[in-house]
Design a protein around this ligand. Structure first.
Ligand code: ZN
Length: 167
């Protein structure tokens, strides 16, 4: 393993990948988003429940994939739980900037997520790290229902999305 890769798979990231936090199906999820990263084979199913004030009352994920995608999802859900939509949107932008090589003022709010910075040297790994965040971005755009996003599709292109009410 190269020095760069060793940096990438740091202990904290591996710990999240081995023992993912907020892993499982979320009961009474308002929004369920299936994220797919065919380039690596990562899949994530993200469930979100909003509180009466619109904040992220609970968020859980399941699925399978490489260490980076699983760790990113675990760290993301840990970070987002309890946040307002505005705070969550800021974190989403800050994380996107971080893994694509831009450092902004908001980076300091990312905490442990800063450890994912190493992926910016590996374009394929950026997709892995962004997969849960893309699913989350989609979740924020829905108040209810189920949909699918893919790293191989421009997710702002509404033609790809399918939405249907849950249960
Ligand atoms: Zn991956």
């Amino acid at each position: 393993m190269s020095v760069e890769l060793e940096e990438l798979y740091q202990e904290v990231i591996l710990d999240h990948a081995r023992r993912p936090r907020n892993f499982g199906e979320l009961a009474n999820a308002a929004v369920l988003v299936h994220g797919d990263n065919p380039a690596c084979g990562d899949e994530i199913h993200l469930g979100v429940r909003f509180g009466p004030d619109g904040s992220l009352q609970d968020i859980k994920f399941s699925g399978h994939g490489c260490a980076i995608s699983q760790a990113s999802a675990s760290m993301m859900t840990t970070k987002l739980k309890g946040k307002t939509r505005a705070e969550a949107t800021e974190l989403l932008r800050a994380f996107q900037d971080l893994v694509t090589g831009e450092t902004t003022k908001q980076s300091q709010n990312l905490g442990d997520l800063l450890l994912m910075q190493g992926v910016q040297k590996f374009p394929q790994r950026v997709k892995c790290a962004m997969l849960p965040w893309r699913a989350f971005e989609q979740a924020l755009q829905q108040t209810a229902g189920e949909s699918t996003v893919s790293t191989e599709t421009d997710f702002s292109n509404s033609g790809f999305r399918t939405a249907s009410p849950l249960g």
